[in-house]
Design a protein. Structure first.
Length: 217
């Protein structure tokens, strides 16, 4: 049973309760992948923590305020950079996008494994910068068996901070995500999560009916 606050319990006892919000996350994957896989990148900023993209995916990524065009707005949102070590962050590139949205050096994230993965996953779900709804307009996903390409696909028309690449992935020792174009100029590329499998999230806009058993003891 999930513990709830006293305020929530009191709200449920009212004649007319406040509006409720729900979230349901549905995942299909091979959990063994997360025991022997690691994410890395040769091009990441000083506040980047690329390991959170894969092995610790789902960490609550902070929206740190950085000196990128129109990113540091005086609207009360965002988090100042701390003096100490930064843990609540995922991947952000060292280089920024140019005026034409490309990069001098394309940011690449690599997920490598200690041995060839023979189980099948039906998709890769990529979450870019879901805090600011920024995304890669063009990117390449490639799976390798050592240095041999097993599968590669280039996406050129993305317009969402979340993207599901449907494909039957198997027989790989590493998977890379190469970002070719970002959605805004003079911004770092950001990736919050690379989920090896299918991940769907449902909220109030898509869930019509839900039954909840509440014990107010």
């Amino acid at each position: 049973m999930i513990d709830v606050s006293n305020g929530w319990k009191e709200n449920q006892l009212q004649a007319i309760v406040n509006r409720s919000y729900i979230g349901i996350t549905f995942k299909i994957t091979d959990t063994s992948l997360y025991n022997n896989g690691n994410a890395s990148s040769s091009d990441q900023s000083t506040i980047s923590n690329v390991s959170n993209v894969f092995k610790y995916a789902g960490v609550n990524v902070n929206n740190y305020l950085t000196l990128e065009q129109n990113r540091w707005l005086l609207d009360g949102n965002g988090v100042m950079l701390p003096n100490g070590a930064i843990t609540n962050n995922a991947y952000s590139s060292n280089g920024m996008s140019l005026a034409d949205l490309t990069f001098t050096n394309n940011p690449i994230i690599e997920i490598s494994f200690s041995s060839k993965q023979t189980s099948h996953i039906s998709a890769i779900t990529i979450s870019f910068d879901t805090n600011e709804e920024e995304y890669a307009k063009e990117f390449i996903v490639t799976s390798y068996d050592n240095n041999n390409v097993v599968y590669t696909e280039t996406i050129t028309d993305n317009n969402s901070s979340k993207y599901v690449l449907s494909h039957d992935f198997t027989g790989y020792t590493k998977i890379t995500l190469e970002i070719v174009k970002w959605c805004l100029p003079y911004h770092r590329a950001r990736v919050n999560e690379m989920f090896l499998g299918l991940k769907k999230e449902f909220d109030n806009t898509s869930v019509v009916i839900i039954k909840v058993l509440v014990l107010l003891a």
